[in-house]
Design a protein around this ligand. Sequence first.
Ligand code: G6P
Length: 606
Amino acid sequence: MCGIVGYVGNQPAAPILIEGLTRLEYRGYDSAGIAVMGPNGIRIVKRAGRVRELEAAVPKRFGGKTGIGHTRWATHGGPTDDNAHPHADAASKVCVVHNGIIDNASTLRDLLSTDGVQLRSETDTEVIAHLIARSTAATLEDAVLEALQSIEGTYGLAVIHVDFPGRILVARHGSPLILGVGDKEMFVASDVAALVRHTSQVVHLDDGDLATVTAAGFQTFTTDRRTTHKSPTSIEVSAHEYDADGYAHFMHKEIMEQPAAAERILRGRLDDRFGTAHLGGLNLDAREIRSVKRVKILGCGSAYYVGQLGASLIEEVARIPAEAEASSEFRYRNPVIESDTLYVAVSQSGETADTLLAVQEVKRKGGRVIGLINVVGSAIARECDGGLYLHAGPEVAVASTKALTNMALGFALLALQLGRVRDLSVSDGRRLIAGLRRIPADLEQILATEEELAVVAGSLADAESLFFVGRVRGFPVAREGAQKFKEISYRHAEAYQTGELKHGPLALISERVPTVAIVPSDELTDRNVAAMHEIEARKGPLVAVTHAEADLGSVAAVRVDVPKNEPELDSILLIVALQLLAYHAAVKLGHDVDKPRNLAKSVTVE
Ligand code: G6P
């Protein structure tokens, strides 16, 4: 959420900052700005809107080889030019960009105003620039530390100061920051996406770290001014993984990458001999697995819905009671943490504040947490006691697709391993392994039906309101389908348990309100068909996302057939058909699919 870039070196900073912001735009895209320090001081350009509007506003001759930039997702104050970062003090001596939230901003704003400081924005961030500018400390490091002492909240912060040219001071507390090490140049970013074109050598800062960054290198230190020594590590992702590769949208590219991503998460983790999965990173031995009495899954947004799918998989395959909860709720209800419960955090970014805080709450109370995380080395991954990486590759579109499919596969692997230590038979284990091995090909088959799905999506795009319904295993599928549809098409889409429709929402069904019904070919097909008849009787248009094997009788639904796998694994595939429905509806409506309004990819604030 919000993107930070910084550059110090021998090249003009502005184009590097703008390019970096373009790469980070998925983190927030309501306004953007840069500040560059040249021989005549700091110049700032900032604009409401997208990075391309900022780029158009930056003068051709915009000298200076040290600078910082920011792309914003508004928290305090609307998306206006004034509220865009960077923020400066009155004399533009100090300039800051910031991710996170300053909790005591209104107190600090009042104090500064009482002292005669004219605040120019409605943001929490602006106070930081004023506090640093007012410091009489002899060094930038001490001035920033002094300002941070007054601040309560979270920050990823980058600061430039006219009295200390050729230097960026950065600080991290709760919001990611990475340094990129170049040849006589250094980069700062909130995300490797902004760095991969310039360097593969990065330093991940930890909470509580500060760093002085100059063209010659970097020096890290702690809030009590102790010097620390951090060595760069190599990042494995290549720059082209952040390119759209000829696709109109990253979301489309990422949907299409799913067969390969699925291969990656399964590779080396399936054991035919014992009919189990090998997840060495769980850090749980057989005895510990046997003592698990309950599994609690924590995630947000789509990760939460896949968590529900994971819970049903674990309960069904491993016969351990399992449930998922939105991590945004969990922490606030003072949850009981049990030592025989296995907590599972699920997150693409590994940064989502609500999930990170939920993990910290569990750990503070002595619980054990494992993570299903995509971004290697991310904050949540580092906080967990163990887990498995999803290996989906970088995901840029705000609406998660390939990471989500790999989350579901991750849960299948986890359920298999837990199950085989408990009561799952070796033959059932082998059956599930065979099913998992078929998943990449099944995914290919779904993707091959894209044109038909686009036609169905076209028929749904004009509906004011839609229902997505599913029963038991199909309900998380319906929830995720509705989520995808609403977030990128801006149509109201609501998920319901199929059996609950008749207890209220059926009142809304009419010829203008279509229903997408999840109807796998399983022991519940008849029940689902009965519900579809009830919808049909109220003239509700129907789309059935189903299997060719399912007999829908006389229901006149538009059919979307996906390949049938094992019953426990079918949901993973049904979701993918819904991704394509949502994508093509949004394309038909002409929306900015990768950057849906008001949203952001990584939500690093509560
Ligand atoms: C945001 C995104 C969602 C995502 C959720 C959780 O709300 O817009 O697409 O599902 O965060 O993100 P995570 O990175 O934790 O999976």
